[in-house]
Design a protein around this ligand. Sequence first.
Ligand SMILES: Nc1ncnc2c1ncn2[C@@H]1O[C@H](COP(=O)(O)OP(=O)(O)OP(=O)(O)O)[C@@H](O)[C@H]1O
Length: 891
Amino acid sequence: MPVSLQHMSLDWGRKPLKHRENTQAPRTQSRGGVMNAHNEVRVYVRTRPTAQFAQELIECLPDKQTVNVRQRKISRKGVLNNQMSSWSFRLNGVLHNISQEDVYQQVAHSVVLGALEGYNGTVMCFGQTGAGKTFTMTGATESYKQRGIIPRAIQEVFHEIDNRVDHTFSVHLSFLEIYNETLVDLLGSVKGGQTKHCGTMAVVEEPEGGVSVKGLSLHPVHREEEALNLLFEGEMNKIIGEHALNKHSSRSHCIFTVHVESRSRTLSNATYITSKLNLVDLAGSERLSKTGSEGQVQREALYINKSLSFLEQAILALADRRREHVPFRQSKLTHALKDSLGGNCNTVLVANIYGEAAQIDETLSTLRFAARMKCVCTEPSVNTHIDPALQVQTLQKEIQLLKQELSFHNTLANQAAVTYEDLSEAQLAVVKSEVQSYLAGTLDEITIVSIRQIQAVFAQFKNAFQEQEKQLKAQKSIVVKNTPSTLSMSDAKEPVEEMEGANRLSVPASSQRQSVSPSSSKGKKVKESSRKNGQGNAGPGDHLTMTQSETEILVPPSAAETKKSPKDDAKKRCDTPPSKMEAFEVYKSERGHEINRILKENKSVLKERLAQLHNLTGVINSIKRDIDHMRSELQLYREERQSQGQLVSADGEPVLDEAEVTLLIKLRRAKDQYRQNYEELLSTKAEVQYCRHLVDQCRMRLFSEFESWYNESFLLPDEVLDIFKDGGPIRAGLVPVDKALALEGDEQEHAELLADSPSATSFYNAYNRTVQRVRLTHTHTHTQRYRKQGNCTGNVSIIRITERPTPYTVAVTKQTEMRVFFLCSEHLIVLFTGRAAWDLTQTSSNRLQPSPEGGANMTTTPYLAQITVAYFLVLAAIELFGKEVCNCKRH
Ligand SMILES: Nc1ncnc2c1ncn2[C@@H]1O[C@H](COP(=O)(O)OP(=O)(O)OP(=O)(O)O)[C@@H](O)[C@H]1O
């Protein structure tokens, strides 16, 4: 077996970078940056110097990036004729007659710096046997000046490490050989190596992507010299053969890897970065007819050629972006290079070629491989890791610091006694009793001291709510059992959509328990028809979501309630108001008929526009697909042509062929079509948005008017209804704040004026309207005045409820007995004493029971405006506490 060991001279000492030899070649990238903006593999071609350089066949252009190759055409019969074919290859650089130092600077310098910044890097030499791959990668052994990329990379790594004092680095080396499809550890015999997994060597996939070699030893190195020793040791172990084209031909593929790990000395975070710098010297492809290899060397050549052809297949697949599968596992070489070729790596290929005419076929084939490789994309990214143990330590320190901050803050705020640990059983019991007292009205406020306490308070509220809900359900099931439904599912089906919204705006349960009289005949009609159905309200609620209000209504009137006085008639009727769903149906067909009709019309227009939008989207997507398809067809076509070499005219201009031109025209047309449809899509979208807005507006109006009508017909107390009478200061429905606030005293004033003369009604009505209008313009000032009276300053706890279309804010002042509630909605802002409001809830009375302490805007005689306001406030407040509180802030 003609295997020999290559002799290496070991006299390459380290030389400081500032004394380096000629560095004329431009530095392509800045220090440590991602070297390739387009994330494509960078490809260089290097010519082996020769006295017989075939100038007439190989032309290196002055741009130092293009190489043109000419070859005699082969006739159909397989014989050469005098016609020539030309190919042009544009690469990242043509390294023709340049020094080893310049090669390193152009090819590997930025990849090495990238590796120190956490980017994986690969530099790989490919080409015909004897073309200069080993010379490029390892260099000549005789002279320091002629050393190749690997020793220079080692030198640069350690030089940079010495300079980067803000980081600590650890460097390990490995040296893998793939010989006849067998993995060999070239440093296996060297002591001090660490091997992760023992046993047969194999390429294994890493859980986080990428590959590693099981059983390959990793050697820690601290100095350049140590690293060079290992390189030379491995080089000595490489298998070398001899044939006609190369006396010292590498018979295997070799991957020298520098593993770098770096941590910041200045930042005390738990992150660190790692990278792998792969320096790959591939075995050369060879034609047995040219090398004249025999026996073992011939067998090796077969293995080499086979693995290189698998490499070509993998590159073809990688370059074709439509291919999902890349056959990496076909050979040990492609599998081992999996993450170096198409991964997160800065990859550079050097294609080594002969300059002689005799090797022109192989040169052309090497250049085609290089052109394909240039189409391969990589995604360089920094390999950042987190050290879990260090992170725990850092977080513990941070917690400690924050605890100290907090206790310092508490001391300043006179709250040194507050603890922030989990609440004990005793503390939880205290919270529970506080919440119960608060709900019962015996406690005005719960002082908030910590987040854990807030959580416990909310948990208690939730418990209370759930318990109440359970009770209501139990109550409902009893009533439902006794109340046969007369409405079928289909009856209830249509209103569902609208009622979902109606429920959102609905008046809560307790409000319906109040004794009120209907003010309109329509309301009565609904109520009466509902009465005919036994208890009146069970129907739709049985099939749909049973709201709290509906369940409440189902409770049959007690014997005491049926005993009526003449004035109690209204009360009794309101004990059993119709279900909202039922009432809503009636409302839509009568009072709300017009707005309901408009809503329906708007909905149908919206539906039509949505269908149009849907169609347009379909059309656009299909055009987009066509465009994508054409683009990739064009790309593929170009790549194919590029890999065959760019066809150029006699003047050297690139020539487009007919097929490419046709594809370009088709693509342009499709783009125009896409643009037109897209514009149409935008205008249709705008129309849809507008229609949606109209539908929403109509729906909101329908609901709000229904609410007003329902309240007016079934729920509002007589006193309130009186003030809604024609000519009264407040119109029926939700009470606008300005009117509510302006109401005070109006009744009296009105009555006095009317007393002048009964025939002066129109005059006074007009007068009153003008007065109201003037007051309306002063709403803001008015509200401010009340706000001040409400003493809404100082510490305020705000609980915001977000589960409603319009969020409500309940603000409770801490300073005085006075409580101010703001119910903010489109129509109503209420200022009131909290105690009075809660009293009202508890007694279920329609009369306001002011707190004994009273407030600046409260007296023992309830004003009508205040009653009205209180009424709405209480409804909202009850509803609030039936909902889960989502967010609590302490100001
Ligand atoms: N740029 C160059 N300058 C000087 N000598 C070179 C150059 N390129 C190659 N050589 C010489 O050519 C011979 C073959 O080169 P080398 O061993 O590097 O080829 P190879 O591509 O690695 O071949 P194989 O694939 O058979 O291993 C060596 O003696 C080497 O010194």
